[in-house]
Design a protein around this ligand. Structure first.
Ligand SMILES: NC(=O)c1ccc[n+]([C@@H]2O[C@H](COP(=O)([O-])OP(=O)(O)OC[C@H]3O[C@@H](n4cnc5c(N)ncnc54)[C@H](OP(=O)(O)O)[C@@H]3O)[C@@H](O)[C@H]2O)c1
Length: 379
């Protein structure tokens, strides 16, 4: 039977989703919500509207939310589920904040709620994580989950500085005009929150994880790694044991034996350790209209197949522990006094580069308060 689909959003992802859906013969796009009124037609049809209530009151079976608006997106999805419509979204910000509520509402209403495109674009990490978790514990997740920051770090590894890498990323369409969420690690944090919630079967919150981005990185930091045959990557990490969960988002120097060493440019990669699958690694495009649309349409196909995505998600706060102590690189100006005793220190070009053993990101952020600094895990 033909299913009717309302698209909320007709931007980078929405347009690609529309093109893909047009080629399918068991779905029909009946309306497209936009933020402003447009007179144009799509394929000769007057699909554009700014009236969400009309969509809510229509006979659309599936609402596909692609607005990128945290508050409105949440409101649209909640209202659609309440009306018994299946919802598919690519919004990591809404899902990382409202997963439990929207999942529970969908279950109560007996409709699907899918968000596979919210983490790492085309990479099918959410479906696979849910499957592996049903078979046994998932103990570890780690990944490069943001194409913009990876593109910029790759450009700097090839000799550029931060500003030229950012400009290049913007020109290539990878970085937004305001790249804050990408370069400060917030975008990755939201994705890690979603994956961690699924891995532990309990609701993780964005504020439970320490995160640090790459907006203060200098060519000398990249060079520090290259002199030691290491590349700098912005990594998200989740480790689970019987005591609780440890999560962090932080720049990390990795060697050539690391599976992510060759994951350059705008590519994303995620690794997962499950009880039965053991070690799995996924590589692919983490963003872009077509790549993200492929994940959105995969979820629409889930809805069409009638299969339910089954997983447990307890409404209780998990035990969140500090990451285990590691060795870190900290670069500050020559004048700064971090009070770090007994560390290896290098002086270079007006800066001090510390190698600090047995510590973690949170402790270093506290020690570096008020200083312009760059922090990265070493290995
Ligand atoms: N772009 C990517 O590579 C990528 C990758 C993964 C996930 N995502 C996620 O996919 C979603 C869409 O991203 P995008 O890049 O396609 O966004 P975009 O290009 O900015 O397009 C947003 C669309 O939503 C409409 N819109 C915005 N706010 C609205 C509101 N309050 N009510 C109604 N319509 C509204 C806009 O209307 P107008 O047409 O009138 O401007 C536009 O059509 C976001 O959640 C994003 O995080 C994107």
């Amino acid at each position: 039977m033909m299913k009717k689909i309302a698209l909320l959003g007709y931007g980078t992802v929405g347009r690609s989703v529309y093109t893909l859906l047009k080629a399918m013969d068991d779905v029909e796009v009946t309306a497209i919500l936009r933020s402003r009124a447009y007179d144009d037609t799509v394929d000769g049809k007057a699909l554009f509207t700014t009236d969400f209530d009309a969509i809510l009151n229509s006979d659309a079976d599936i609402v596909v939310e692609l607005t990128g608006d945290l508050n409105a997106g949440y409101r649209y999805m909640k209202a659609s589920l309440e009306r018994g419509k299946a919802v598919v979204t690519a919004s990591k910000s809404v899902v990382s904040e409202h997963l439990y509520e929207l999942k529970t509402l969908a279950e109560d209403q007996g409709v699907g709620f899918y968000y596979g495109a919210s983490v790492c674009g085309a990479i099918p990490i959410i479906d696979n994580l849910i499957l592996q978790k049903r078979m046994g514990p998932v103990r570890h997740l780690r990944g490069i989950m943001n194409g913009t920051s990876n593109y910029m770090l790759t450009a700097m590894t090839e000799g550029g500085d931060y500003q030229s890498a950012l400009k290049d990323a913007q020109e290539q369409g990878y970085a937004e005009a305001d790249p804050t969420a990408d370069v400060e690690g917030l975008d990755i944090l939201r994705k890690l929150t979603i994956l961690t919630s699924l891995a532990i079967g309990a609701v993780m919150t964005n504020d439970a994880t320490s995160y640090y981005g790459m907006s203060t990185v200098l060519p000398m930091d990249i060079a520090f790694g290259l002199e030691r045959r290491m590349k700098l990557k912005l990594l998200a990490r989740c480790d689970v044991d019987q005591d609780g969960v440890r999560t962090v988002v932080e720049p990390t120097f990795i060697g050539s034996d690391d599976v992510f060493y060759g994951v350059d440019g705008a590519l994303n990669g995620v690794e997962l350790d499950g009880a039965y699958c053991h070690h799995l690694t996924f590589l692919g495009e983490g963003a872009g209209g077509d790549a993200t649309a492929s994940a959105v349409v995969s979820d629409i196909l889930h809805v069409l197949s009638g299969a339910r995505q089954c997983y447990e998600l307890a409404d209780e706060a998990p035990t969140v522990l500090s990451p285990l102590p590691q060795t870190y690189y900290v670069r500050v100006s020559e004048e700064a006094d971090l009070g770090l005793e007994g560390c290896e220190v290098h002086q270079k070009d007006g800066y001090k580069q510390y190698i600090v053993q047995n510590t973690d990101l949170k402790a270093l952020l506290a020690a570096c308060q008020g200083e312009t600094t760059f922090i990265a895990r070493l290995g």
